[in-house]
Ligand binder design. Structure first.
Ligand SMILES: Cc1cc2nc3c(=O)[nH]c(=O)nc-3n(C[C@H](O)[C@H](O)[C@H](O)COP(=O)(O)OP(=O)(O)OC[C@H]3O[C@@H](n4cnc5c(N)ncnc54)[C@H](O)[C@@H]3O)c2cc1C
Ligand SMILES: NC(=O)c1ccc[n+]([C@@H]2O[C@H](COP(=O)([O-])OP(=O)(O)OC[C@H]3O[C@@H](n4cnc5c(N)ncnc54)[C@H](O)[C@@H]3O)[C@@H](O)[C@H]2O)c1
Length: 471
């Protein structure tokens, strides 16, 4: 077979950009295909706009405290147009990192069109057929719309149109108390909307329930209302929507659907070439190879955790495997995540309940409270705690709640993995978006000339040549 490229990457979000950029930095010929805006969900409709919105909401919440530390602020005046502009400015500030120009400079051929698979080595895009020994699917996910009666008859919001609203909702009904639901519920409440969250189970069910209850108390005290139950039926129209959930009927001006995700896989032609899928996305092994071994699937489009830093990690793993021929298994023993509410709820490794399920009474849980932490006391922000889970003297998890606790996860990553070198820091999985990432960036920069040095590149060129001959 004559190959046009060494690797073809479909999807220009966190996963695809990292995979394509990594392969190109080793000197491979890479096609990077993106049908929508470069940067994918995180930049355009996910992490970046949501965190920009949360920042504006925090400012409003602070001003609402009126007098603190002997300083009095005026009541906040929220102008939605200004908040929306701040969101757009945040996206614009980060856009160059993910731009077509940047990836072309790295050596990728960037193609802006819709791609589908023809066979295990061939991709069809924009009237062309590209061929490579390895194909990487990084096509992301979209909001899953649950089978609520009447949902197709009312206008609803998801993360894909929420940040383009032209007015602040009067009463936002949030369906789903996961990460999106909780972050957005608190932010809109703080900006001045009435907010009701509908959730049948415990909100943020993947996190430590004791820590989540600290957040729930705060959100309730700020005026967010929680309704326990499944949204069953919606009726109404623009500006006047009624939701039936549990035994309640709630009427609001807008509804936000935040009930989970569906992998973007339906238009790729996977069935025809035998790539196995399940209800959560593409099925992969722990090297992120699909059932067709020349095709990898990384990030939100496959069955597994869906987070930007996970997409980036899987992108660099797959780039290493493709370029250097080294099997690179994913290792999520020290997987971090953080929900960027106030207080933040952060997790790394096992939660207490997962640790008990796995190790029984061999675990020990040590809890330290921020009301015993002098920085927190001096700031008058002493709500929250750190629960550290040990097996013997080894840390296997940590669950934190409190001000900016997402920034406290990094040392636990080193304790759980047992790796504390500058190389390990440069390749650690760090919760996105945190300031802690700057330490990883510094360690990575120190190793960059070695990792992408002449000998690794020569080896990558040899591996690429062998792959072209024998695939
Ligand atoms: C509101 C919100 C807030 C979030 N906040 C956080 C957070 O704070 N921290 C965090 O870690 N995660 C967060 N996430 C999750 C994070 O956004 C995703 O996990 C991450 O963006 C997934 O990256 P990806 O590259 O796998 O997929 P995507 O970013 O979705 O990229 C896939 C790309 O593939 C393209 N594509 C799809 N099919 C094709 C095709 N056939 N041909 C060509 N192109 C195609 C799409 O256009 C898309 O750009 C948030 C998500 C949401 C919705
Ligand atoms: N800070 C972060 O890292 C962050 C922030 C936002 C999103 N994300 C990622 O985005 C993804 C999506 O988040 P999400 O919040 O949409 O999904 P989720 O899976 O986190 O939560 C969905 C919630 O919706 C509830 N639900 C389902 N059907 C319902 C119904 N009919 N009525 C009421 N509730 C219902 C579920 O019980 C669940 O609690 C996750 O993968 C997450 O990792 C991460």
């Amino acid at each position: 077979m004559t190959f046009t490229h060494d690797a073809i990457v479909i999807g220009g979000g966190a996963a695809g950009l990292t995979a394509a950029g990594g392969c190109a930095m080793f000197g491979l010929e890479v096609a990077l295909i993106e049908a929508g805006p470069m940067g994918g969900e995180c930049l355009n409709t996910g992490c970046v706009p949501s965190k920009a919105l949360i920042t504006a909401a925090k400012r409003a919440a602070e001003a609402r405290e009126a007098t603190r530390y002997g300083v009095t602020l005026e009541a906040p005046k929220v102008e939605w147009a200004g908040v929306r502009q701040h969101i757009r400015d945040a996206i614009a500030a980060i856009e160059p990192h993910d731009s077509q120009e940047r990836f072309e400079e790295m050596g990728c051929e960037v193609i802006r069109d819709w791609a589908s698979l023809v066979d295990e080595h061939t991709v069809r895009v924009g009237g062309r057929e590209l061929k490579a020994p390895r194909i990487v699917l990084a096509t992301g996910s979209k909001p899953a719309i649950p089978p609520i009666k009447g949902i197709d008859t009312v206008p609803y919001l998801t993360n894909e149109n929420l940040f383009d609203l032209d007015e602040l909702p009067g009463h936002l009904i949030v369906i789903g108390g996961g990460n999106i639901g909780m972050e957005m519920a608190q932010a809109f409440r703080r900006l001045g909307s009435d907010v009701t969250v509908i959730e049948p189970d415990s909100p943020m069910g993947r996190d430590d329930p004791d820590n989540v209850s600290v957040l729930l108390d705060t959100m309730e005290s700020e005026g967010v209302r929680f309704v326990t139950g499944k949204a069953k039926r919606v009726t109404g129209g623009k500006g006047n929507i009624t939701v039936e959930a549990g035994s309640e009927t709630i009427t609001g001006t807008h509804i936000l659907i935040a009930t989970g995700r569906t992998a973007n896989i339906e238009r790729l032609g996977l069935d025809a070439i035998g790539v196995e899928t399940n209800q959560n996305g593409i099925v992969t092994d722990d090297r992120r190879r699909s059932s067709v071994k020349s095709i990898y699937a990384i990030g939100d489009c496959r069955d597994g955790p869906r987070l930007t830093h996970v997409s980036g990690y899987e992108g660099s793993n797959v780039a290493l495997e493709i370029t250097l021929g080294l099997p690179a298994k994913v290792d999520y023993a020290a997987l971090p995540w953080c929900t960027y509410t106030s207080p933040e709820v952060a997790q790394i490794g096992l939660t207490e309940s997962d640790a008990r399920a796995k190790h029984g009474d061999k675990i020990r849980v040590v809890t330290e409270h921020f009301d015993d932490n002098e920085r927190a006391l001096a700031e008058g922000r002493d709500k929250g705690r750190a629960k550290v889970i040990f097996k013997g003297h080894k840390v296997i998890g940590a669950s934190l709640v409190g001000e900016n606790v997402g920034e406290l996860l990094l040392p636990y990553s080193q304790l759980i993995t047992g790796k504390a070198s500058s190389f390990a820091l440069g390749s650690a999985i760090i919760a996105y978006p945190t300031r802690s990432e700057i330490s990883k960036a510094a360690a990575f920069a120190a190793w960059e000339p070695t990792v992408f040095g002449i000998w690794p590149k020569k080896w990558a060129s040899f591996v690429a040549g062998m792959r072209r001959r024998f695939s």
